[in-house]
Design a protein around this ligand. Sequence first.
Ligand SMILES: [Zn+2]
Length: 189
Amino acid sequence: MITTFTGPMHSGKSETMIRRYKKIYNKDSILVFKPRVDTRDMGYISSKGSKKTVEAICINRLEEILPHVTEDITNIFIDEIQFMGGSVKVLLELSIIEDIDIYCAGLNMTSEQEPFGIMPQILAISDKIINNYSSCNVCGRKAMYTYYDGSQKKESDVLVGDDGYKSLCRRCLKRTLTKTGDNRLTLSL
Ligand SMILES: [Zn+2]
């Protein structure tokens, strides 16, 4: 079975996944992966607001999971999966043929409100999707969107790290876009 925790930044995706990890008694049955591109804490998965950390194998592509899988493995955790390359068929094979439980955590959308990398495919193959919310940095309501305030020059989908990123609700995102003259979500018909 494939379970995916998604949502905007600061919505506790990694924390929810770590909580699931902690509940599994036999840690030798678990493999944990994270993308090498995320250099925040190489080799560890951590969540803000909590001291919980879990050791992780750093990989670039989903195919790199396969050599690590032995017959003792029944659980696989993958954090920041939006940054992964490779084919999601790897996860389908591990889930269906090998009967391994797979837990993924990743951002569903970029701070430009575009579907993030491999995430549409990850969400398509997931048996269960848990969509987390964060708290709007402006008004405190439920926030579904990550917004980048442009305080640093941004060259890829997401700068690694948290600087300049805000969580916003629909209303505050709309207000921010209107105020800055940003028409990214306006369709020209
Ligand atoms: Zn708001």
